[in-house]
Design a protein. Sequence first.
Length: 456
Amino acid sequence: MNEKDTIVAISTPQGSGAMAIVRLSGSQALAITSKLTKKSDFLPRYATLSSVFDETDTLIDEAIVIYFKAPHSYTREEVCEIQCHGGLISAQMILQACLKAGARLANAGEFSKRAFLNGRLDFSQVSALAKLIEAKSQNAAKILVRQLKGELGDFVEQTRHALLRLLAHSEVMIDYSEEDIPINITESILSELEATKERLRRVYEFSNMRQGTIEGYRLSIIGKPNVGKSSVLNAILLNDRAIISPIAGTTRDTIEENITIDGNTIRLIDTAGIRGTQDPIESLGIEKSIQSAKQSDLILAVFDVSRTLDEDDKEILNLLNSFPDKHCLIAYNKNDLPVALDINAIEKCLKVPCQSVFINAKDSKECAITLKEIFSAVLKHDEVGEEILLTSAFQIQAVQKALDSITEAIKVFGNLELELFSYNITDALRAISSITHPYDISEMFDTMFGEFCLGK
């Protein structure tokens, strides 16, 4: 594989459709396109109707050709797009003709790799592009488009600049202590370091709380056996997805289905009833139920209002209390029956905010409307505005590492251990820079000598 090869690939999904796009990138992209179309007068960024021929001059298709002259293209190379008729055949025939004319089949992600290597995209934009293709909500798509335009990159660049200034000040104090150092430099360094740490902390904590926006929300339906969890799932789906019966413990494993509410994908997870049991198989199901709840963004706890409060119910409440950062909702099911459940006792046991609603899962349409309205309100409250949001585990880990290094830097700076301070700031720089592009020590020298005019 050679980075100088001209590469080609079909850029649209395989299958039936109105149009397919064959994309070429590289120094021979225009020459290969001209050979296939028998035209050489393509104007950059203009759509040109062209006939496309194979190596035997047999007509393949009539297509629209758009030429993007380097560096004004996605990869910053010569790029040609052949927009042919959709379906299974035309695009494949054009692809084969391009390969026979000298192009190489692109590897997965190679167009974006070239865009990165040629400076068109940074790491954060590449990550945003990959996530955008698989976005599970409208809000996620909006956030990722902002990142694709460089929003996260700008934030990282501001943080890098602040850390570079701090590192430059520290190196000056170590190696050029006799030079003209600005007054109150110690207080200035500490103040800027604390401000940088606070900005990163806010972004880190906010991103941890909002990962469902990007990955799609997970909602676990939990409760003791036979309270109607599977009936609630069926009601929300308006479909008999789960088997229901009056026998406690019918659901032994999780059942998962997707729904879409206001442009957001929610993964509904019906879990096994949680209770004390000696049955090893049921115990495995209960463990999976608890693990599913821990991994979810929203918890729907179902209680049977026709039954008195017992130890199994209290176990569910204890589980809810262990999730202070999750959206919790209590559904009091079977409200068509006489109420025996002590609602006040439940509210007294709760130590986390929980919205409650009375439902009857047998009335599936009314139940579905009621619960979906509540889910919609929760998701609306969870919408992200103009805040910076880290969209991958890698980005979150990078910011966490930067925060840890800055915390250590603050500790050692109090004792003016400048070598250790510089070491920790460099670690923070490497961590935060990994989101966009690697840190180079020459950046620190540029900042140091640029600001202090040393070495005259």
